[in-house]
Design a protein around this ligand. Structure first.
Ligand SMILES: Nc1ncnc2c1ncn2[C@@H]1O[C@H](COP(=O)(O)OP(=O)(O)OP(=O)(O)O)[C@@H](O)[C@H]1O
Length: 300
């Protein structure tokens, strides 16, 4: 193996920070050169450097925010489609790891070393890549700030909405969504409570892992309505089915979202940015990703 071809980019302050004490040693023993971030945003530059150095493998030790920074850097360097990426989940929510069958830090280290590789889709929002999701209308951490068992009992979307209801009182926003859906062109216009676009995860039915190899994003538009009613309805149905009133679901290759003159805040893998309009698309199977046994190539 070429020296330096395996790099680990590690955020020492993600999650509870305990990984910083022992993960560098575990990764070094497996031939990874370890680069630690020193400040927020550093992982973008470390990803860029790994890309310029044409590292063949990059393991990211941190949470979803760190993974997102690294893939942005790799993409800037034009290397995202040439690298094998892996995740050692050391963040708080670790949504990507949870959706690709990587269960904890030790497992992540093993997967980074010898895990199976899959070609997965990369979501793109205005030229910036994302792997998990791009969301408007909910706080970035809504999915983790709620009582745990709601998710299991009522499904991911009810869980998110209940979380959002508790975490903040969000106002609806006017949007127009135009998409190239799997069944043809699609448009939606109205007042939405949230727009959820998933690559690694989906938000309707039972939620969970989305198909990451189908070249499609999972889009759910939730209409603004009294939140209590929506949650009550979700609970009534136990799991949100595809035809729940007030929830529109479509799988699409390309989506354009306009705030009808207003600025919308989007959370791209937890990184917030504000746009009057946003174009989303997919680079089909553009990234080689190491996955755990729990990853389903075709979960539908
Ligand atoms: N050395 C550092 N010092 C301070 N902040 C850092 C450092 N390295 C990275 N960061 C910032 O830490 C933030 C949080 O990181 P990350 O998202 O990986 O962890 P998390 O929030 O604990 O987990 P998750 O996103 O999975 O819930 C990122 O926005 C990143 O820019």
């Amino acid at each position: 193996m070429q020296i330096g071809s395996r790099r680990c980019i590690l955020n020492p302050v993600s999650g509870d920070g305990e990984h910083a004490d022992y993960v560098p040693r575990l990764m070094a023993a497996r031939g990874f050169e370890v680069y630690e971030t020193k400040a927020a945003g550093d992982a973008v530059e470390l990803g860029r450097e790994a890309g310029r150095a044409e590292a063949s493998e990059v393991a990211v030790c941190g949470g979803d925010g760190t993974v997102n920074e690294v893939i942005r850097g790799l993409d800037d360097a034009g290397h995202l489609d040439s690298v094998t990426l892996s995740v050692v989940p050391a963040g708080t929510a670790n949504l990507l790891a949870g959706n690709i069958g990587v269960t904890d830090i030790e497992h992540g280290v093993e997967i980074a070393d010898t895990g199976d590789t899959r070609p997965v889709d990369v979501g793109v929002a205005d030229d910036e890549p994302f792997l998990v999701s791009c969301i408007a209308g909910l706080p970035a951490d809504a999915s983790v700030s709620t009582p745990g068992d709601l998710k299991e009992r009522f499904g991911t979307l009810a869980f998110l909405l209940t979380g959002a209801q508790e975490a903040l009182r969000f106002d609806g926003f006017d949007i127009t969504v135009a998409a190239v859906g799997e069944d043809g062109p699609f448009t939606w216009s109205g007042e939405a409570a949230c727009l959820l676009v998933g690559n690694a995860r989906k938000f309707v039915a039972e939620g969970g892992q989305a198909n990451m190899e189908d070249g499609l994003l999972d889009v759910a538009i939730v209409e603004q309505m009294p939140t209590g009613n929506l949650v009550a309805e979700a609970i009534g149905q136990r799991l949100l089915s595809l035809d729940t009133d007030g929830v529109t679901h479509v799988r699409a290759k390309e989506i354009s979202v306009s705030g009808d003159g207003d600025e919308l805040t989007f959370s791209r893998d937890g990184e917030l940015s504000t746009h009057e309009a946003l174009s989303l698309s997919v680079r089909e199977r553009a990234l080689t990703l190491r996955v755990g046994a729990g990853y389903a190539p075709n979960p539908d």
